[in-house]
Write a protein that binds this ligand. Structure first.
Ligand SMILES: Cc1cc2nc3c(=O)[nH]c(=O)nc-3n(C[C@H](O)[C@H](O)[C@H](O)COP(=O)(O)OP(=O)(O)OC[C@H]3O[C@@H](n4cnc5c(N)ncnc54)[C@H](O)[C@@H]3O)c2cc1C
Length: 377
């Protein structure tokens, strides 16, 4: 903290903005450092899904209760067409939204812009083009990923296709991951999400284009390449002395499919409140009770998912009853059941996914920094 009331945050993504809003709601000052020239610069105007299946409560309602107003464009999605590795299609529907389609980047309708506006209105001081390397007085690190466990690569484009949400699971198109095609109001995002085979990303992407062209009649106008990486390593700790880690910087990202927005916001709010209350252990408690159980189950699910292969994906999709509500099915798959948490102990002992460690003796905001580590980024 710079002076008594100002809490510093490094990173102006959803986690950082959510933390800042939580701090100002407690009548404390928040100062956010952002290394880029604006919010959302990590993204490119791509569509992403704000998941709505890990709780019975609607995510938009949950965010509103946490002080995040849904002033960003969020389109409810209740139908997804899924393809198995052989290209057989299955349509999944839900009564309540399975997820909300949101846009990332700096556009005025985007999640990132909306969070920035809310923060500015709440009096948060955001310093762009300012990279934080240390927070000597303590604070919150929400710097996003510093390692690539997941790679996404794809195209953004204009299209005359009708609105539609499509996904395919196949190791030939997205090893151990999935590929998606999201079409909304004349714009599209196509991406392959790789958990393996990073070196062949271009090849997988072109295969996905061919696949969606034959399966959905994909028509891309003005295609632009985009990509990104994600950190799905699980946090061993979320606190280093007087610094709290939140969002993807702490590994809060669904290790099964890489849905991180909701977890970033939840962890950001919890970290902000804890620091504003001057009770850092509150954050560790929230993580233990609210986030860790889901993360452990998702990690266990990933462990199983990685072992399925094309035949297993086919069987799993076949196994989901076509007339069931997919949101209920996903809720059950992610629910923190005891057996999955017990299984997680074994999964964790195999270091799959890896556990994220912080070096207690390093005072930089990212303690696996290049100065002290041989890790390649
Ligand atoms: C292509 C792609 C598709 C995705 N799709 C989905 C999806 O459909 N659904 C979903 O839920 N999630 C998705 N995710 C993941 C989701 O975007 C992230 O989990 C989420 O943005 C994490 O928020 P965050 O605030 O933790 O980090 P970020 O959004 O990465 O924000 C971190 C910010 O910190 C800044 N920063 C970094 N280092 C410093 C520093 N030293 N000093 C100052 N500032 C710094 C960065 O510039 C950045 O603005 C996707 C990710 C990618 C890459």
């Amino acid at each position: 903290m710079t002076h008594q009331q100002t809490i510093e945050i490094s990173g102006a993504g959803p986690a950082g903005m959510a933390a800042a809003l939580a701090i100002t709601s407690k009548r404390k000052q928040a100062l956010v450092y952002e290394k880029r020239s604006d919010v959302g610069k990590r993204f490119h105007g791509d569509f992403q899904g704000l998941e709505n299946w890990t709780t019975r409560q609607d995510v938009i309602e949950e965010l509103a209760l946490l002080g995040i107003q849904p002033t960003f464009k969020h389109t409810p999605v209740r139908e997804v067409v899924c393809f198995d590795p052989a290209g057989s299609e299955k349509i999944f529907r839900s009564e309540k939204p399975l997820f909300y389609l949101v846009q990332r980047g700096g556009d005025r309708h985007s999640l990132d812009h909306s969070l920035k506006q809310q923060a500015i209105q709440a009096g948060v001081d955001i310093r762009f083009n300012t990279r934080a390397t240390r927070l000597p007085g303590g604070g919150i690190v929400t710097e996003g990923p510093h390692r690539a466990d997941i790679i996404a690569t794809g195209y953004l484009f204009d299209t005359d296709m009708a609105n539609g949400m499509y996904a395919v699971v196949s190791d030939d198109l997205a090893p151990k991951g999935y590929a998606y095609l999201l079409i909304h109001e004349g714009r599209g995002t196509l991406s392959t999400c790789l958990f393996k085979g990073f070196h062949s990303e271009r090849q997988y992407l072109e295969r996905c284009v061919d696949f969606f062209t034959s399966a959905t009649g994909l028509r891309m106008q003005n295609p632009r390449r985009f990509g990104g990486l994600g950190n799905a390593a699980l946090p061993r700790k979320v606190r280093k002395n007087n610094i709290l880690y939140a969002g993807e910087a702490a590994g809060f990202q669904d290790p099964l499919f890489g849905f991180g927005i909701r977890w970033a916001i939840l962890s950001g709010v919890a970290a902000g409140k804890a620091l504003a209350n001057g009770a850092l252990s509150q954050y560790e408690q929230v993580v233990k009770q609210r986030l860790k159980p889901y993360q452990q189950v998702a990690a266990t699910n990933r462990w199983f998912y990685e072992r399925l292969g094309n035949r297993g994906y086919h069987q799993t999709l076949k196994h989901v009853p076509a007339n069931s509500d997919i949101r209920h099915w996903m809720y059950r798959a992610y629910a923190p059941r005891l057996w999955k948490r017990l299984w997680y102990q074994w999964v964790a002992s195999r270091n799959t996914p890896p556990l994220l460690d912080f070096d207690e003796n390093c005072d930089c905001t990212w303690c696996r920094c290049k100065r002290r580590s041989q890790t390649a980024y």
